[in-house]
Unconditional design. Structure first.
Length: 306
């Protein structure tokens, strides 16, 4: 298995749409090149939550991967969110991603588990089958503790031990579990790349990780690259200053009524930064108010991002 090095910032870009709702491939290619152009960006993850991946057709998903692969011309690995509900469905999705040029996959839990939980051994089987049938290197995705799709430590360790799994994106959002489980993952699997996805708690996790796989990186790559560097240098003063500088943006994007609104806010922020021409989203997402758009723009100004 080719070992990808994601020890840095791995943005999860949004998917731009034209005003009439079609995927805007011209804007996507430009956006991908912009992100890939920053020293410290180690990969781009498309088709996840921030990318509205589950709102796209299969054909659109493949086209998004291909557009990004062509846009970065092999210089930056493109990683595909694999979100299919059933294991066989996810394996088919992974094969399509490979054909489109994806270098790895971020494998989501089966979404029925969010409500009903999972049977012992089922997540391990999902990772095994998807990798064996597609050959796609996989990132273990740890969901928040408040969901029933959050893997216990034993499950994480067993998935991490499987062929094809080379990194984990951890968003447990329970610092007691984080402080307990991350050191064990490190000790048992020292080659496993540990990436935080705590967009709203980056300072609290930045000193324990190899990098960050976050939608936030698609909006503010410059300060997040600095924050990762400060965490690796154990420079709390610098990290805290970056956190405080970004706090207005964090609040306006992620401290909202629903975490799903974060994708809408990211698009408004990218429009304000001049990176995207439009902030169109797909249902079931809903546009935010003009007041929210102004708030996001003011936050970006306060953080010296516009």
């Amino acid at each position: 298995m080719t070992q990808l090095d994601l020890r840095g910032l791995v943005p999860a870009p949004v998917t731009p749409f034209t005003p009439d709702g079609a995927v805007d491939h011209e804007a996507l290619a430009s956006y991908g090149r912009w992100l890939a152009g920053f020293d410290g960006v180690k990969g781009l993850v498309c088709l996840g939550h921030a990318g509205e991946g589950t709102f796209l057709t299969q054909q659109e998903q493949v086209a998004v991967i291909r557009t990004l692969v062509e846009a970065v011309d092999g210089a930056t690995p493109i990683i595909a969110g694999i979100t299919g509900e059933g294991t066989a469905v996810a394996a088919d999705e992974a094969r399509r991603a490979v054909d489109a040029g994806a270098a790895a996959g971020l494998l989501y839990p089966s979404h029925g588990w969010l409500r009903f939980g999972f049977q012992k051994g089922a997540p391990q089987d999902r990772y095994r089958v998807v990798h064996e049938e597609s050959g796609l290197p996989l990132i273990l995705f740890q969901y928040p503790d408040v969901t029933k799709a959050s893997y216990d430590l034993e499950t994480q360790l067993e998935i991490a031990a499987q062929p094809g799994v080379f990194a984990t994106k951890n968003g447990v959002r329970n610092m007691r579990r984080w402080d307990t489980e991350i050191p064990v993952l490190r000790a048992e699997h020292p080659e496993l790349q540990i990436l935080t996805c705590h967009d709203e708690y980056l300072l609290h996790t930045m000193f324990d990780v190899d990098g960050a796989l976050v939608g936030y990186g698609g909006l503010a790559p410059e300060p997040l690259i600095e924050l990762i560097a400060a965490g690796k240098a154990r420079d709390y003063v610098a990290a805290r200053a970056l956190h405080d500088r970004l706090l207005p943006v964090t609040k306006s994007v992620y401290h909202r009524g629903s975490h799903m609104e974060g994708t809408v806010a990211l698009k408004l922020g990218l429009k304000a930064r001049g990176v995207l021409p439009h902030a169109t989203v797909r249902s079931p997402l809903i546009d935010l108010s003009e007041a929210a758009e102004q708030e996001i723009a003011e936050a970006l100004k306060a953080a010296s991002l516009i």
